[in-house]
Design a protein around this ligand. Structure first.
Ligand SMILES: Cc1cc2nc3c(=O)[nH]c(=O)nc-3n(C[C@H](O)[C@H](O)[C@H](O)COP(=O)(O)O)c2cc1C
Length: 366
């Protein structure tokens, strides 16, 4: 395809795949797209292992990394407010989910506090590891990358991009030297803003032109990709659609929940991270909507509240109706397990059909 982003990376098709799973990254790049590994809060050692594995399996195709680098760092408070702790405990007790042995509780708290204390220095360590590998792209997940990072990446021939949920974010990314912008609509899985893809994509395309833009949020098939291209995007960035592939990282229980989920089962909620995040509806997110529920905590306290004792209790008891995972509105269409190759083939096949349909419709207009 003749897209600015295909030219930028020497790829055949401008399908960019965000995934926390190295197998998805490798499969997408090998199929002619661009896999991008979400590094989350991996330790530098684990990251090195993952990237070494990717290098050994990707046949020299380009790939990138996505790093969570918040512009501000908020240290954790030691103890959580009693009201919210009691609310979660009571909810799980009433559902018959066993409490944890005391020594496990202490251990989980210790590990979690360590994981959540993710400082700007930790991000730097991860970047140092990543730059020892042949990555071609760094994406900043939260906020704009700083100028020093852009310069360091460019000096090594690595492109830099960032996510934008509003035109003002995209304009700032451009001013700081990003090579392209990812416009993320409200329907996307994970952290999103309030504007839907249909309105956001052309707004951002116009705001940063001629900088290329990828359309994200609600893209899982060819007609959606055709819409992104028609609205001025140079390609698409997809996250949710890979979760129900054979290669995905999710546990069998979560995969089954995603496959069973209906069209109203992705919710935009602060209950998982304390920030607006689109995720699979579950009994925990529903409980906070009740009139007697306490206020949701801010981030990172809400993460600590749920991801500590709560999530571990739910996972140990395999209480599926409490399980959640970030996923977009597309979840209502993800009704069977598939594979990365199949998703890409279907997407490209349907894209060609959509073009044909438009050509036929517009035939008389030209
Ligand atoms: C399971 C999951 C985890 C995500 N984690 C991150 C992340 O760590 N960093 C990031 O930049 N985006 C993250 N996202 C958002 C994706 O990058 C992307 O914007 C979104 O998935 C696109 O919309 P879609 O889900 O409709 O395809 C995540 C999305 C999902 C589904």
């Amino acid at each position: 395809m003749k897209s600015a982003l295909c030219e930028m990376f020497g790829i055949e098709t401008p399908i960019f795949a965000f995934s926390h799973c190295r197998d998805v990254v490798v499969e997408v790049s090998r199929a002619g797209g661009m896999g991008v590994l979400g590094m989350g809060r991996m330790s530098p050692e684990r990251l090195k292992e993952e990237l070494t594995w990717i290098d050994a399996h990707i046949d020299g195709k380009p790939y990138g990394i996505d790093i969570v680098m918040p512009s501000t760092f908020e240290p954790l408070r030691g103890e959580l407010p009693q009201e919210q702790v009691a609310f979660v405990r009571d909810l799980l007790d009433k559902a018959g989910i066993p409490r944890l042995p005391q020594q496990d509780e202490a251990q989980i708290k210790h590990t979690l506090l360590k994981e959540l204390s993710f400082t700007p220095q930790d991000s730097q360590l991860m970047l140092d590891v990543a730059m020892e590998h042949p990555i071609k792209l760094i994406v900043n997940a939260l906020g704009s990358p700083d100028r020093a990072l852009v310069e360091r990446a460019h000096a090594r021939g690595i492109k830099v991009a960032a996510m934008a949920g509003a035109a003002k974010h995209a304009i700032r990314h451009k001013a700081l030297g990003c090579d392209f912008v990812i416009a993320v609509g409200h329907e996307a899985g994970g952290h999103t803003g309030d504007t839907t893809s249909m309105v956001l994509w052309p707004r951002i395309v116009d705001a940063v032109a001629p900088l290329p833009v990828l359309g994200a949020g609600g893209v899982g098939r060819g007609r959606q990709m055709a819409a992104a291209l028609a609205l001025g995007c140079e390609g698409v960035w997809c996250g949710s659609v890979w979760l129900t592939t054979a290669q995905s990282e999710v546990s069998p229980d979560i995969k089954a929940r995603l496959i069973e989920a209906g069209p109203n089962d992705s919710v935009h909620t602060r209950t998982v991270t304390g920030k607006p995040c689109r995720t699979l509806r579950n009994r925990f997110s529903d409980a906070w909507d009740a009139p007697d529920a306490p206020p949701v905590l801010s981030s990172p306290a809400q993460i600590q509240l749920w991801w500590g004792e709560g999530r571990t209790r739910v996972e140990r008891a395999r209480a599926r109706e409490f399980l959640t995972y970030p996923v977009g509105q597309l979840v209502g269409d993800m009704n069977a397990e598939t594979s990365v190759r199949q998703v890409m083939q279907d997407m490209l096949g349907e894209l060609v059909e959509a073009k044909q349909r438009l050509d036929d419709l517009l035939d008389d207009a030209s």
